[in-house]
Ligand binder design. Structure first.
Ligand SMILES: *[C@@H]1O[C@H](CO)[C@@H](O)[C@H](O)[C@H]1NC(C)=O
Ligand SMILES: *[C@@H]1O[C@H](CO)[C@@H](O)[C@H](O)[C@H]1NC(C)=O
Length: 171
């Protein structure tokens, strides 16, 4: 019976890890970082923060406030569309992105629209709408928060333009 104790200890540690691994709150993750204030408040205002918190594994591409001035002139629903294009199903952290050997498609919360991500092999990761060209590439700046298998929050240089036919949003 000498093995039962370590085993049950291991098992209870495993349970603790399991029960906390899905626990995250995007609002609280971004709260301490002042230059994500607009992104954070619009995530909450549009209801996207709750959607993100309900996801099992998610990657959020965040943009600093000084690149979000256009949000002042956009309707709430347009802001929601743009933000939901920056919420990707699945967990992609720096290590995973820098291991990519081909351009990879990422499904987003925005009506099934997809992004593509590419690693150039030299340290630069870029994102763009699946149906747009290289002139639309937006660079990854770095990691904000990583909770393996649950949530990855990455800062990118600016918002990614939605693909598809031109609309008021993309002009
Ligand atoms: C996330 O954090 C915010 C701010 O603290 C809070 O208002 C909200 O209720 C939290 N959401 C969840 C799902 O815990
Ligand atoms: C990567 O860096 C090397 C050496 O600086 C350079 O020759 C090469 O063109 C770069 N490749 C890309 C895809 O930028």
């Amino acid at each position: 019976m000498s093995t039962s104790q370590p085993v049950s200890l291991f098992f209870s540690i495993f349970l603790v890890l399991l029960s906390t691994s899905h626990g995250f709150n995007i609002t609280e993750i971004l709260q301490p970082i002042p230059y994500f204030g607009i992104f954070n408040s619009r995530l909450s205002g549009t209801g996207l923060a709750e959607e993100i918190n309900d996801m099992i594994s998610v990657t959020v591409l965040v943009v600093a406030d000084d690149k979000l001035r256009s949000f002042n002139y956009l309707a709430e629903n347009d802001v929601k569309e743009i933000l939901s294009f920056h919420v990707v199903y699945g967990y992609y952290d720096l290590m995973r992105l820098k291991a990519l050997t081909t351009r990879t498609t990422l499904p987003t919360v925005y009506q099934g629209s997809t992004l593509t991500v590419n690693y150039d092999g030299n340290g630069t990761v870029t994102f763009r709408a699946a149906d747009s060209g290289p002139e639309m590439d937006v660079k990854l700046l770095g990691n904000v928060h990583a909770q393996p298998h649950s949530i990855s929050v990455l800062q990118i240089a600016s918002t990614i333009r939605l693909g598809g036919p031109p609309s008021a949003l993309t002009q």
